[in-house]
Design a protein around this ligand. Structure first.
Ligand code: GDP
Ligand code: MN
Length: 382
């Protein structure tokens, strides 16, 4: 789960990472009050979970209260990269001397947390990596030993940070590392980490918490749903509640497979024959009839799906269970949309019989099935 900048900064404060004084505002009046309390000038920052807000006009400076009013009213209710702005972070503006980049993420190669830092902050790390890979300092951390202060000093030195800021930097990095570990983060990023006339300040925050760990970070889950945060679509959230592994796409062929590999191969084949997948939905291993029922019903009721394509290879999964689940869903919601089923493997003959009894034709060949699904879906999209 991605945290908003203001949520990330609350964690930064808790871990001793210096941030400018700031307040969250959901209305123009709140923004004005915040500016009065903080003192002018302030920076108004759109709280949306997308990157590059600055370039998209989501970060603006206001020198007077009238400007705060005008700019807050322009930002609130507008969209930044398609995401509506409901909240602003009003922060006391600072004078930036230099912008650095600092983050901790998980490194798959060393299988350790890794510190990434650069003296070229402000811009996206992807851009720095492409144009100036040599400008990125990388340092994996041994999780058993933790981050040692000499390591922070090496990084500070490589970033060209002046000696006066070494100890603040070391404390800040230690805090960021602790936060990263405590919150099971996939990413804890400060971009920019600014050198200002008031010392080092984290001007932005990007924290992503591993979804699998959310059960132990309940305090992060207050308030908005994941869909409201713009992190999931409404249907992705519904699917998550049903326990289905589902990613919504913008085509019109609803796909159900078992196993991520087969599901992706199904999507590829649909695309190959000129169709457009409406989703990725993986039933996983040993799918029960309830699970198949839920998935089938879910896509039958999805307004964006014109044709259903169910592609199952029964290994541990039994074809009779799958067929039972499909029939349960069809009996409940009806065959509102054409459905193409390819079903082979364990207990296939029983499965075929169950489906044929309710008039569902079963394919044994994936290519023929994909071609038919594409044919049925063509011309339906509009
Ligand atoms: P992002 O574009 O979504 O990454 O948003 P950031 O929070 O990183 O802001 C983008 C840029 O706005 C930063 O790189 C800074 O140059 C500038 N900025 C952000 N906060 C302040 C501030 O308090 N004072 C000043 N002067 N500039 C700021
Ligand atoms: Mn940023």
């Amino acid at each position: 789960m991605k945290l908003y900048e203001y949520e990330g900064k609350q964690l930064f404060r808790k871990y001793g990472i210096p941030v400018p004084p700031g307040m969250v505002a959901s209305s123009i009046e709140e923004a004005v009050t915040a500016a009065q309390n903080l003192g002018l000038p302030v920076v108004l920052k759109a709280q949306v979970l997308v990157g590059g807000r600055g370039k998209a006009g989501g970060i603006v400076k206001a020198e007077t209260l009238d400007e705060v009013r005008a700019k807050a009213s322009r930002l609130l209710g507008s969209e930044i990269r398609g995401v509506p702005v409901n909240k602003l972070l009003v922060e006391k503006a600072v004078n930036i001397e230099k912008e650095l980049y600092l983050s901790i993420t998980m490194d798959r190669v060393s299988a350790r947390p890794i510190i990434l830092a650069s003296a070229m902050g402000g811009v996206d790390i992807e851009e720095i990596a492409k144009e100036h890979p040599e400008a990125i300092v990388k340092r994996p951390i041994d999780p058993l030993v933790g981050l040692k202060s000499y390591e922070s000093r090496i990084i500070a030195y490589k970033l060209g940070i002046s000696k006066d800021h070494f100890s603040t930097f070391a404390r800040l990095l230690q805090g960021l590392y602790k936060l990263f570990v405590d919150y099971d983060a996939e990413l804890a990023e400060i971009n920019p980490l600014a050198i200002t006339d008031q010392g080092l300040l984290a001007l932005d925050s990007k924290v992503i918490v591993d979804d699998n760990s959310l059960y132990r970070h309940g305090e992060l889950l207050t308030g908005e749903t994941r869909a409201e945060r713009g992190e999931m679509t409404e249907y992705e959230e519904k699917a998550a509640e049903l326990g289905l592994a589902y990613v919504e796409l913008d085509g019109n062929i609803g796909i159900i497979g078992n196993g991520a590999g087969l599901t992706m191969a199904t999507m590829d084949m649909v695309s190959y024959y000129g169709g457009r997948p409406a989703d990725f939905l993986d039933l996983g291993g040993a799918a029960s009839h309830e699970r198949v029922y839920k998935a089938t019903k879910f896509l039958m009721e999805h307004p964006g799906v014109d044709v259903l394509f169910i592609n199952i290879f029964g290994g541990i999964t039994r074809c009779d269970e799958v067929a039972k689940g499909i029939v349960e869903a069809v009996k409940e919601v009806g065959l509102k949309k054409p459905m193409v089923v390819k079903l082979v493997g364990t207990n296939e003959e029983i499965g075929w019989k169950i489906l044929e009894e309710v008039g569902i034709k079963v394919f044994k060949d994936m290519e023929a099935a994909a071609q038919l699904a594409v044919k049925l879906a063509s011309g339906k999209e509009g």
